[in-house]
Design a protein around this ligand. Structure first.
Ligand SMILES: *Cc1c(COP(=O)(O)O)cnc(C)c1O
Length: 325
């Protein structure tokens, strides 16, 4: 994912005149921020002054109005998440894209937390580029080869980071020292992909295509709503706050539960065979997924959580995250 972001920024970030800044947000995933900072440095700019991070009003959500307000004539490129990795908020990509283009700014999205969970219409929305990992909702396994999207209006743009895998496929083995890039998003491939890590995607993507993303989204909304309802109903006085958007159109494929003992509640859940994510400082992230989580699984998970809270069995763990969250 991060390599794809580097490639896309190297290709589409074209500072010119006073339009030199990159706009992101303060809730963004750290790797994306590191990539943007280093790209600015490569161009000779100080990331402290040239990477703008739109502030969240409450530490959970971003307001599209705030993002649009930050799209000044000093901004060359906007990079935002499709779905925020903590709260699960979906940004209004169509609106943000329209606003960016009206101001002459290119815009790209990180789809790590939305691919496989919600439908995307990047081309209809006019998004310039997007990139994502295939190992969260798409089940490719940790480190699976990532994906990228480039709007067809940009086909032909010279790859910022060129390599032989960006060749037109019939030219790649001609071994010429002049690159003939593919005429589609394949131009932005760099080197040989890891074939073993691509293999699981053959099976996974077929299943997603067969089930249909609209059906997946429908079940995902329902099962996540069920989870939130159960939490409220069964664990109403256990001190949890739901930190995900309540409106369906604004919520991606996971639920964020806030609790001051979150780190050790996660450890207690793991001990019982339920794998959440801990996100510092206080988030238990749960992601019942449409294709293989049942409503019974969700019911059982909430009963386990209830037991943990009633018996305070989380107290035997320290309230700090392990090496891997
Ligand atoms: C998971 C994730 C990544 C992962 O990056 P890799 O380079 O694939 O390790 C990047 N960005 C976001 C938003 C993620 O959720």
């Amino acid at each position: 994912t991060t390599v794809n972001l580097h490639q896309l920024v190297a290709t589409f970030y074209k500072p010119e005149g006073k339009r030199t800044k990159i706009l992101a947000d303060e809730l963004n995933f750290p790797s994306d921020i590191y990539a943007l900072q280093s790209q600015l440095r490569i161009h000779g700019y100080d990331p402290d002054s040239h990477l703008i991070r739109v502030k969240s009003r409450d530490g959970r959500f971003l307001d599209e109005d705030d993002i649009i307000e930050a799209m000044t004539d000093e901004v060359a490129l906007v990079v935002l998440p499709t779905v925020l990795y903590r709260s699960g908020q979906i940004l209004d990509m169509e609106r943000l894209t329209r606003a960016a283009h009206k101001r002459g700014i290119l815009i790209g999205f990180d789809g790590c937390h939305s691919i496989g969970a919600i439908p995307h219409s990047f081309s209809d929305w006019g998004v310039d580029f997007a990139y994502w990992c295939n190992y969260k909702h798409l089940n490719g396994g940790p480190g699976a080869v990532a994906g990228l999207y480039v709007n067809s209006k940009h086909f032909g743009a010279k790859p910022g980071l060129a390599g032989w895998f960006g060749s037109r496929k019939d030219k790649q083995f001609d071994m010429e020292h002049i690159l003939t890039p593919a005429e589609n998003a394949g131009a932005y491939q760099i080197g040989t992909p890891h074939v073993l890590s691509l293999a699981p995607l053959l099976g996974s993507l077929e299943m997603f295509a067969e089930a249909g993303i609209q059906n997946i989204r429908e079940k995902s909304l329902r099962i996540n709503q069920y989870l939130m309802d159960l939490i409220q109903h069964e664990l109403g006085d256990a001190g949890f706050k739901i930190g995900s958007p309540t409106e369906d159109v604004k919520r991606g494929g996971h639920v964020s539960l806030e609790h001051k003992e979150a780190a050790r509640i996660c450890k207690a859940l793991k001990e019982k065979g339920i794998i959440p994510d801990f996100r510092a400082p206080n988030i238990v992230r749960l992601a019942p997924v449409a294709l293989y989580t049942s409503y019974t699984d969700v019911w059982n998970a909430v009963q386990v959580l209830k037991e943990i809270m009633v018996n305070k069995s989380y107290e035997k763990f320290s309230n700090e995250r392990g090496v891997v969250a």
